[in-house]
Design a protein around this ligand. Structure first.
Ligand SMILES: Cc1cc2nc3c(=O)[nH]c(=O)nc-3n(C[C@H](O)[C@H](O)[C@H](O)COP(=O)(O)OP(=O)(O)OC[C@H]3O[C@@H](n4cnc5c(N)ncnc54)[C@H](O)[C@@H]3O)c2cc1C
Length: 335
């Protein structure tokens, strides 16, 4: 399929991107990794009049811990999260989600911020970020605001972002010294979207649960926190009984639909089992009893790089992605 005709603008700074979005109006869209937007345009589910490419904007590709907050820039790719030492241990829910997203090509290009802005209910990042209690920073020409992930997600493929707003970073609060988390995903085959995903993060204080974050993927119209399950753990020892009760409550909160991937009952049972497993793993990590490599290291790497060797994959500019698409549009016009 060919996308509809569109203008292409490349921004060199955040301010330029914001000014372009302001001028171009509601029909313009931000282009990040293009891994969701370009397929949507080709299918004509999205028909933007213009794209504002932010891939050349400097300073948006960092992951850094600062002022007890982990900051993930708008151009941080899934791949960078997969490899980042910052996203292990206490932030393990994020480090575990990253390598389970699609395949290396999508992970090399797609961004965490783009995934959150796309709001696909089968997207993995929204659940990981909900469990971690994260927020996005949205900027427009008129100012900046922080939007907690639960307030960002409005419905399937729908967010509370204004068309003139750009997510500049994601902020994840420090879960404290005694914390652990994981993301568990059931997929039909490697690289598939989630049939069911469960994100879990636990912080302990004096052996009791000070905060539990449990969020579900693929079992409702949007990713959501299983709040009754979280509250059932609060202030308790994360023992077998408490974890089983929380897992049951998480399964009760799920609203899965029967489809080719499985029946509603099956999916609800997967939520229960994953929540139970995830909570055990997260609590053990928080207690320091369960050191295990992050998911990314549990899988063998398809391509091993020698130190210092570059494959060129660290360079990406959006025009490379849209060039082929624009060529197709021009060819179509010439016909
Ligand atoms: C084959 C395939 C398999 C996939 N499998 C998975 C999977 O298993 N799990 C999963 O979670 N995802 C999966 N995805 C989606 C993938 O993670 C995308 O990378 C991600 O959803 C979008 O990120 P992007 O940077 O490519 O955004 P883009 O495609 O560039 O943009 C997506 C949307 O977000 C908006 N946007 C992007 N960046 C910003 C910003 N900074 N501020 C405001 N708005 C912005 C765009 O305007 C657009 O509406 C898959 C995609 C493909 C093509």
């Amino acid at each position: 399929m060919y996308p509809a005709k569109f203008e292409y603008h490349r921004a060199s700074t955040v301010e330029e991107a914001l000014s372009l979005l302001d001028q171009l109006g509601d029909e313009a869209k931000v282009l990040a990794g293009g891994q969701s937007l370009i397929p949507m345009m080709k299918l004509r589910f999205a028909v933007p009049s213009a794209l504002v490419d932010i891939n050349r904007v400097p300073g948006l590709d960092a992951i850094a811990e600062q002022d007890r907050t982990l900051r993930i820039g708008a151009l941080v790719r899934h791949k960078a999260c997969e490899r980042s030492p910052e996203l292990r241990g206490r932030f393990g829910v994020l480090g575990d989600a990253a390598p389970q997203i699609s395949d290396p090509i999508v992970r090399n290009l797609g961004t965490v911020a783009g995934s959150l802005a796309h709001a696909d209910p089968q997207g993995d990042w929204a659940s990981a970020m909900l469990a971690a209690g994260a927020a996005v920073v949205a900027r427009s020409a008129r100012g900046e605001r922080a939007i907690p992930i639960e307030d960002l997600l409005r419905g399937p493929f729908e967010t509370t972002l204004e068309p003139t707003e750009v997510i500049t970073e994601i902020r994840v609060p420090d879960p404290g010294p005694r914390a652990g988390g994981t993301y568990m995903k059931l997929e039909r085959k490697v690289g598939d979207f989630a049939t069911v995903g469960v994100a879990v993060q636990v912080s302990l204080d004096d052996g009791k649960v000070a905060r539990a974050g449990i969020a579900l993927t693929g079992v409702a119209a949007i990713n959501f926190r299983a709040t009754a399950a979280e509250e059932a753990l609060h202030g308790r020892d994360p023992d077998e009984e408490a974890i089983k009760e929380a897992a049951r409550l998480a399964a009760d909160a799920a609203e899965p639909r029967s489809d080719l991937r499985g029946s509603a009952d099956y999916k609800r049972n997967v939520v229960r089992v994953f929540t139970e497993r995830g909570l055990h793993e997260a609590a053990d990590m928080a207690k320091g009893e369960h050191e295990r490599p992050p998911t990314s290291r549990r899988f063998p790497r398809a391509v091993q790089r020698r130190p210092g060797e570059t494959t060129g994959e660290d360079y990406f500019a959006g025009e490379d992605t849209v060039k082929g698409v624009m060529d197709e549009v021009r060819e179509k016009e010439d016909d």
